[in-house]
Design a protein around this ligand. Structure first.
Ligand SMILES: [Ca+2]
Ligand SMILES: [Ca+2]
Ligand SMILES: [Ca+2]
Ligand SMILES: [Ca+2]
Length: 270
């Protein structure tokens, strides 16, 4: 009981401290088009990644917000990152790979043996790809891929550990309208859980609890998260989910009801 209450209060304190962070606008020379932030060279600093159709660029962050840009050639992408991209070393060769989410499907860009060039692999399945993620869905130590499907049920590509990504559909929600996905372990059981922000044909959001083997149960209705808002992004949703999860237990509510209510308001999306 004390541990859960302390966690709620810690989250509340964390929210308060985040509000005091100051930001400075910094220009990255030559940066344009689709961009995302990820540490591509393991130096502890996020870099800017800019995927294209036959190459992608990385603006590496140095000291004092100085950037140096490298262009990596790729084979031509059947699907560009028109809706999203994700980064992760799915084949565990030491170099991060990319996953592009396009309106007609998904494309993987996999690094060669020394990370100097990339080769595409575009699964045959039609996917109106929205958000994409690299995540170990089934806790087997191999990074899998997840793709939100706009017009059908969500899709994953399960990594068999032998260089293959196996298309799987079903088990991550059964309807269309999937836009924003984010993974975190909301109940600290070691398995990554999934929140999906939905809109369009079925706007009821999903909160999928991982059973530990890659199978999921939707607890959104039980947790009051299956609202009918037209939701496009899940960026801030996970903090709300965590607040709801932790503060929905009788143990936490009995002690920290007011704190949980404050935290829920503080983490509401804008
Ligand atoms: Ca870096
Ligand atoms: Ca790799
Ligand atoms: Ca896996
Ligand atoms: Ca979990």
């Amino acid at each position: 009981m004390k541990k859960q209450s302390a966690f709620c209060l810690a989250l509340l304190a964390s929210t308060a401290s985040i509000a005091q962070v100051a930001f400075t606008n910094v220009s990255i020379p030559g940066a344009s088009g689709i961009q995302g932030a990820v540490d591509m060279n393991n130096d502890g600093r996020d870099d800017a990644v800019m995927p294209g159709s036959a190459s992608f660029r990385v603006a590496y962050q140095g000291n004092g917000a100085v950037y140096s840009t490298t262009t990596f050639p790729t084979t031509n992408a059947d699907n560009t990152a028109s809706w999203s991209f994700a980064v992760g070393d799915w084949d565990s060769n030491g170099y991060r790979d990319l996953l592009y989410g396009g309106g007609s499907g998904a494309t993987f860009m996999t690094a060669n043996f020394d990370g100097t060039a990339y080769t595409e692999f575009s699964p045959a399945q039609y996917i109106f790809s929205q958000r994409t993620n690299f995540v170990d869905l089934n806790n087997d130590g191999h990074l899998d891929a997840f793709v939100c499907h706009d017009v059908d049920a969500n899709v994953s590509f399960m990594n068999n550990g032998a260089g293959q990504l196996v298309h799987t559909q079903g088990g991550y929600g059964s309807t269309c309208g999937n836009y924003g996905s984010i993974f975190t372990d909301i109940n600290n059981d070691g398995a990554m859980d999934l929140f999906v922000a939905k809109c369009g044909c079925d706007p009821a959001d999903l909160m999928m609890l991982n059973n530990g083997d890659g199978s999921f149960n939707n607890i959104a209705i039980a947790q009051g998260l299956a609202d009918s808002h037209q939701s496009w992004s899940s960026a801030g949703a996970i903090s709300i989910t965590m607040a709801t999860w932790m503060c929905s237990s009788a143990a936490a509510a009995a002690v920290a009801t007011s704190s949980c209510a404050t935290m829920a308001r503080a983490t509401s999306p804008t």
